[in-house]
Structure formats: C-alpha cells, structure tokens
Design a protein around this ligand. Structure first.
Ligand code: DP6
Length: 369
C-alpha cells in the first residue's frame, strides 16, 4: 500500500476547523515504568506538572477519513515525528466516530530547546490530544457538543486520548500534581486515579504547589533507548514484581507526604524512585547504563548540599542522563547559588533549565488571518 502523502507545511485555508493548545511536560516522582494492554500502566505514578517546558500545537481539520495530511514541527517538517503522529491519529479515529470523519493538519512547536535532552512526548501528545478533544466537541452533535473545555469531563476525555499517544502525557492535562493508575492512595480525591487517565490531586500542601525543578542538562544528545522499548524491557526483568509493589507502596507514602508537607519523606521517595528506575535499566536484558559521569557528580553534589545545609533539595531522573533538581520556593536563593557554583560545570554548555510547578495546559487563541 502506498503511504499517504503528508504535506510538509500546513495551509490553514485548506481546513475548516482548528484548535490550538499549549501543554507542559511533567516530572514523575513515582515513575511509570512497565505497561501492558493498550498503554495501561503496571503501577500508579505521580508527577509534578511543569510550567515552562511547553509544546504548542495547532490542530486543523476538515471532512476526511482520519488521516494526517499536513504536518510541520517548529516550522520544519520532521518526517519521523510525522509518521508517529500519523499512526496515532489513525488509532484515534478508531477511538471516536467524530475523529474518523476528519483529516488533520498538525503544526507543533516546543518552547524548550530541541537538543536539550528533554522528552517532548508528554507535552506533545497532551497538546495534540487536547486539539483532538476540541475537534470532537466542535464536530459532534449530542452531549459531547456542549462539553466545557475547562471542565473535568473534557479533561478526562483528552487525558485518555493523550495516554494512548504516550502514557506520561496523560499526567500533563492539569496541575500542579497529577496521579495516574489504579491505587489505594488518594481515596478522598474528588476524582479517583484510574488506569484510563490521570487526575489532578486535590489535597496537596501549599508548599508543594510551588516547588521548583532545575533540569541539569548533563548530555543534550538523543535518548539511547526509547520509552516504549524501555517499558518492554520490564517484561523479562527479574525484579519486576518487587518494583511494581514498591511503586504502589511509595504512592501511598507520597500521598501522605504531599498532603502533610513532609519534605523528608518526599526527598527519600524521589531519590529512591530515580535510582530504582536506573537499576531496572541496568538489570534488563539488554542492559542500559543511561547515567553519565556528570549525572553521578550532580547527584553527589546534591546529597552533599543537603547534608551541609539541611535544605530539602533532592534529585530525580528520567530514562536519561539529565538530573532534575527539585526544591521548595523557600530555598530558591541558596539552591540557585549552589546550581551556579557547583552544578553548571557538569552540564552541556553549562545548561540548566529553570522550571517550576504549573497549572497545566492553556487554550491558545485562533490564528490571525
Ligand atoms: C521514565 O510516557 O514516555 O519518564 O507510554 O511508551 O510513551 P510511552 O512512555 P512514556 O514513559 C515515561 C517514562 C518515564 C517515567 C514517567 O514519566 O513516569
């Protein structure tokens, strides 16, 4: 079968409808690592939504058959990403009849530097899924036509679509704290976390709502192993069941710590999860060592700073070498001086991205004609 032609630029006049959303990335404290079925997590995960690491996506649509017909990334077409988006859109056409009756144009742009080593799949799929949810609202008759875009039903629907693109993207639909996956924790939350989509956490202590995340870019290169391949490695991992049990138990402990403002427990969980994620990759077949010497140097500097100052600065890692330094706003002055003096030297070009807890996506105005 011939591959459909995807135009490398989007001409708004070729389309009938459009919606633009900016969505942030997020940083997990309890990690999602291991999935089954249709993008379902093996364990619950909990994350802080960021505010500056954003992707802006304008989705255009017109009557069609659920295909991507035009795509541009940061103004330039990126063939590999276009293929992933095309495959995603044809899957989403099976999720909702309104989407199966449309063809799409996608323009997408990241607010963070392209080669920063920051994964854009969470923010990218969150922004795209919100566009699809807007298209469903605009193109449906029945009850969906009147779903308010700032309400929980719209967010849950978009969160499910985002999960189907990239699991962690479901946690980028709101802020400042989100949980995804079935758990005994957060029992009195207005919305129960489910495997289907992530939900915002209601009972988070005021101090945790303004935490910062400084991302030390130890290596700006491309990821050595894709998340999807990484999740698959959990299937034969000898420590898998212990890991899933640990994550469930830490989700319960993090629930208590977040609501009580217990920074000691928070620090302990964040670092244990980061190191366990990397231990799992090291013990997978094949094995991956994704930390670099600079990663360990930053980790050690963070732990020494904490021992010296008693300030609750801690680190976490994603599936790569860069280090996220997490700290409360009240410690910002000392921590940021420390970053300048003792962390930048281990970073690619001295790069540290300063981010903070955020409130989630925003709908952007329509394009000016
Ligand atoms: C290590 O959400 O990127 O960042 O569902 O295959 O797209 P897919 O995986 P993805 O996995 C994220 C893994 C992680 C931990 C986390 O964010 O929870």
């Amino acid at each position: 079968m011939l591959k459909p032609v995807i135009e490398p630029s989007v001409n708004a006049e070729d389309f009938a409808g459009q919606a633009s959303w900016a969505a942030p990335s997020n940083i997990a404290i309890v990690k999602y690592w291991g999935k089954h079925g249709v993008q379902l997590p093996r364990n619950p995960s909990v994350s802080m939504t960021l505010s500056k690491a954003l992707t802006g996506t304008r989705l255009h649509w017109r009557p069609g058959t659920g295909r991507l017909v035009a795509f541009s990334a940061s103004g330039e077409a990126d063939a590999q990403f276009a293929d992933r988006v095309a495959a995603y859109l044809s899957k989403m056409a099976l999720e909702h009849p309104a989407l199966a009756r449309l063809d799409f144009g996608v323009e997408t742009e990241n607010a963070f530097p392209h080669s920063s080593g920051i994964a854009s799949s969470a923010s990218g799929f969150a922004a795209l899924a919100l566009g699809l949810a807007s298209a469903v609202v605009a193109e449906s008759q029945g009850a969906e036509a009147s779903l308010p875009e700032d309400g929980p039903a719209f967010r849950s629907f978009a969160g499910r679509l985002a999960r189907l693109g990239s699991g962690s993207a479901s946690r980028s639909l709101c802020g400042p704290w989100m949980a995804w996956g079935q758990t005994e924790a957060f029992a009195d939350n207005a919305e129960k976390p489910t495997d289907d989509h992530a939900v915002p956490l209601d009972h988070v202590h005021a101090d945790f709502r303004t935490w910062r995340d400084a991302i030390a870019i130890v290596d700006a290169g491309k990821k050595a192993v894709s998340s999807s391949a990484g999740h698959r490695l959990m299937e034969g991992n000898p420590f898998a069941e212990t890991r899933f049990a640990n994550a469930r138990q830490r989700t319960l402990a993090l629930d208590r710590a977040l609501r009580e403002g217990d920074t000691d427990t928070f620090v302990q969980i964040a670092e244990a999860e980061a190191l366990e994620l990397h231990a799992l990759m090291m013990s997978s077949k094949p094995s991956y060592i994704l930390m670099r010497p600079g990663t360990l140097a930053v980790i050690q500097a963070v732990q020494e700073f904490r021992a010296d100052t008693d300030l609750p600065l801690c680190f976490t890692l994603d599936a790569g070498p860069n280090v996220h330094l997490l700290y409360p706003a009240s410690a910002a002055a000392q921590v940021e001086e420390f970053i300048h003096d003792a962390v930048r030297r281990y970073c690619d070009d001295g790069r540290v991205l300063m981010d903070a807890a955020g409130e989630g996506p925003t709908r952007l105005g329509p394009a000016k004609a």
